[in-house]
Design a protein around this ligand. Sequence first.
Ligand SMILES: [Ca+2]
Ligand SMILES: [Ca+2]
Ligand SMILES: [Ca+2]
Length: 293
Amino acid sequence: MKKNKLQWISGLLLAVFILNGCKKESDIDGSSTEAPVRPTTGTSNAYVTQLFEYLPAPGQFINTASGDSDGAESILGKKGLISLGAWGGRIVLGFDHTVINQAGKEDLIISGNAGSSIAEPGVVYVMQDKNGNGKPDDTWYEVSGSEFGKDGYLRDYSVTYTRPNPAGDVAWVDNKGNTGVVKTNAFHTQAYYPEWVKEDSYTLTGTLLPKRNIDDSVPSNIKSMPFEFGYADNTSGGDKINIENAIDEDGKKVSLKGIDFIKIQTGVQFNMGWLGEFSTEVLGVADLSLYKD
Ligand SMILES: [Ca+2]
Ligand SMILES: [Ca+2]
Ligand SMILES: [Ca+2]
């Protein structure tokens, strides 16, 4: 009997050893590790400090001071102004610390140039630097806002824009077979297709938001009312974003301790008459816990 008991104990120890071994294995491939947290220090910047990508859609401010790489860099460490152009235009930015997801509170503030009846909501995505290499090569999570799942809300949407020759309206085709143009206007006479994009066409992919809040029935007074919550360039005074609303590719909420990178993308495709294309503008992106206005 004693021998059996000993065998049983050693068997149990072996099992514990194997389980620990398995846990280590999965840690190595990253599937069960917590993303590393870069702590906030006395010198942490409230604002994003790194620009990883600026790829706007065509638009009336593209290839101007608020639609080029200098414009994109103008929001690093402070407020500036960058336009993302028509639907799908995006900017990818990083913080110098991990923005902690505060329980039950909003965590980020994005300033835009929305007026009370001119909202141009952009979709917000967040990422953890899970592999700790300082680059946004991990998993993006969309931060779901008030439009999630409603009529006209569409994930995995994509639009291909083609360079016009000569310069003029920019034709697009989406992955549902719809076509349209980003219309030029008399106020902005430069090329609307990003001049630094070498290819004669390029495709942007992301989430499409409903256009039901836009009223263009009076051409001299076109209105785009804000959504309830959860988008950039949506309300005047800045939009607060809660990391708790991050969702995975299946639309399920994910629990993130904090985030290191943020992506903002114009959410609606619409020509707003004399106002030009619907385009999300970003004036500042900050960690709400460090933000002082
Ligand atoms: Ca939070
Ligand atoms: Ca990374
Ligand atoms: Ca705007």
